[in-house]
Design a protein around this ligand. Sequence first.
Ligand SMILES: Nc1ncnc2c1ncn2[C@@H]1O[C@H](COP(=O)(O)OP(=O)(O)OP(=O)(O)O)[C@@H](O)[C@H]1O
Length: 375
Amino acid sequence: MPIPPNRDAAVDVDGLNFAYGRYQAVKDVSLKALRGEVFALLGTNGAGKTTSLELIQGYRRPDAGHIRVLGLDPFRQRRSLRRRTGFMLQEAGFLTEMTVRETIELWDSISGRRDSVDRVMDRVDLAGRADVRLDQLSGGEKRRLDIALAVWGGPELVVLDEPTTGLDPESRRRLWSLVDDLRAAGTTIILTTHYLEEAEALADRLAIMHEGRVAVSGTLREVLEAHPATISARLPSSLADDLPALSGSTTVAAPGGADDSDTRALRVETSALQADLTVLLEWADRRGVPLSGLHAQPATLESLFHTIRTRSERLTAEAMEAADQGAQDTQGAHGTDGDGARSGDGGGDGSEDGGDGRQGAGHGAENDVEGVSAR
Ligand SMILES: Nc1ncnc2c1ncn2[C@@H]1O[C@H](COP(=O)(O)OP(=O)(O)OP(=O)(O)O)[C@@H](O)[C@H]1O
């Protein structure tokens, strides 16, 4: 069923699903990046970020769900989007015997967008490398060339997949300022990153993916305020069972390290940081308990990652336990062969590009040599 174009959203994704063969890499993903904002897609390794970007770019056909990019269907209308969008993928490659300048000039004719080679090289700090062959560029320089091609011609939407991976601090800072300039000019930017401080510095809105799903999304403030703060400290083992009642969830565990047998690591996840901290400090004061390494802080993206990962591990453990229990209950009635329902990273692709299909240009739908840099 066609969905009406959403004028306010540059990218509008709803209920997206995609499987590589039997391996479900993207599960019911919904996202919205508004025009003129920076949207950061974060997540654990293998969470499905790149696959989601490839779906947004029209390189793959979704198994289910809807995607609108600048009001169009990226899979069916990729040609129409070509001039309006600039994409960059991880580890994009080029014809290695070409120079930086030749590559950008080639891009001028392929992309259908117009720009100045010198201006763009300057923007990504490649001005001094114009005549260098691609196979002589460093990893960071190649990355900057990928970025140059993505922003070439000032597209309305720029998609950057891990743009600062492998960049030195100065180049990273320059990229951040380029992103700020693009946003100021009204460009919508979607980027993936493993650097949380990058998302904090740049993103108007973000989503964190884990195991194919969006675990949280919103503005940075919304996302952090919706998650508990953390109190951590060490306390003498003898008092671990004597803690006061706190509203947050409390865990007490043996700390790592060799000589800590007399202490326990206390961790409290709480939505009432001030109240719980007060109770804890008054208790420690009354009992004369030293709370060494006391640390209290509101949720951060890092603590949020920790929460998402541990929650998921706990659910997986519970599910496995339930499955074991179920198997025991039915033992005797059925055979014992495991069926291997989940096939891991399943070779067989099932998507129309067959095999890999994630290699930028020339894949997917109508198969213009578009996309990011050819690889
Ligand atoms: N061509 C493919 N065939 C089969 N499985 C694939 C293919 N590409 C990716 N996958 C699997 O799909 C899952 C999602 O991969 P994806 O690259 O989208 O994750 P990601 O979030 O970008 O990961 P990372 O942060 O590690 O780059 C992973 O488990 C990956 O192994």
